[in-house]
Design a protein around this ligand. Structure first.
Ligand code: GRF
Length: 293
């Protein structure tokens, strides 16, 4: 349960403990202050008292929890938390992100057409970020798992159609209109059209599940990569994060990490190990690039 909370809120163990303590302290204080305020009213215990008490604590809880969070150093977390509840209850408009956007917030579009496990890790990593916003998920495959993630995470989806992508404007206008700064390919199999590459120079990066320049190029994706690595009896494989240029899996390499290939590996077991490496490194490399470039 705690692991799930850590992932959901994108916090480490220490921060999770502080957040839970903040909730507990804020909750107790809310009850205490609520009762004191009720003591000022000329009403005795009963149904009306209970209704008013619930209204009072609902109103004062956000104020008290935010005040406590200042003391525990978790103001940013709780501001986001309270804001999300407000948006869900339709009490406030989704404005915090817009406020951040006007500052130096870098807006990322993730292009994906598979299960989206990398997309999910990236979203988790930047959930409470005040410098990066996962603004869009672009997807060309109806029914792809990543679309469920976008839905669950409330992230707008840009549906990519072949004709428009390759023979139209490659969705450049739509991405520019959304003020996208970076495009992250996380399991997007189509070649990126030149128009899009020129519109986002050195701002499109891809992750490949092998050590490029080996095992890349047209048709080298998914299990095929791992099958080829196993067929050649390689002793190690890994991941490559690179800029996207006009050729498949070819642009300048930004980062690589290696892992062993075991003698009893199958394409599936190797894929799992590689996915682990991707999840560990991709969000951090994106953060370094996007925040410092
Ligand atoms: C990853 O292995 C990535 O290297 C490749 O596509 C896969 C996407 O996996 N480009 P997921 O959809 O993120 O789980």
């Amino acid at each position: 349960m705690f692991e799930k909370l850590k992932q959901r809120w994108n916090v480490n163990g220490l921060q999770l403990t502080i957040v839970i303590l903040t909730f507990a302290t804020g909750g107790s204080l809310t009850g205490y202050v609520g009762k004191k305020l009720m003591g000022l009213l000329p009403i005795s215990n009963g149904v009306l008292w209970t209704i008013i008490y619930i209204i009072v604590i609902t109103i004062i809880w956000p104020v008290i929890i935010l005040a406590v969070s200042v003391l525990t150093g978790q103001f940013r977390f709780f501001l986001n938390y309270v804001h999300k509840i407000g948006v869900r209850l339709r009490l406030i408009k989704p404005g915090i992100d817009k406020m951040k956007d006007t500052k130096d917030l870098k807006r990322i579009a993730i292009f994906a057409s598979g299960a989206g496990s990398n997309a999910q890790k990236i979203i988790n990593h930047f959930r409470n970020s005040d410098s990066v916003n996962i603004a869009l998920i672009a997807c060309n495959k109806p029914g792809a798992g990543v679309l469920n993630i976008a839905d669950k995470e409330n992230i707008p989806v840009l549906r990519i159609e072949k004709e428009k992508f390759f023979r139209g404007n490659a969705y450049t206008d739509e991405l520019k209109q959304q003020n996208i700064d970076w495009i992250i390919l996380a399991g997007f199999l189509w070649k990126i059209p030149e128009l899009l590459i020129r519109s986002f120079p050195q701002k499109i990066i891809n992750i490949h599940p092998a050590l490029l320049p080996n095992y890349g190029g047209k048709g080298m994706y998914g299990q095929k990569v791992h099958e080829a690595v196993l067929a050649n009896k390689e002793e190690e494989s890994g991941i490559t994060i690179h800029y996207v240029d006009n050729l498949y899996d070819h642009g300048k390499i930004i980062f690589q990490a290696k892992c062993p290939v075991l003698h009893n590996d199958t394409a599936e077991s190797l894929a799992q190990r590689i996915h682990g490496l991707e999840h560990q490194h991709f969000p951090l490399i994106i953060e370094q690039l996007v925040t410092y470039k």
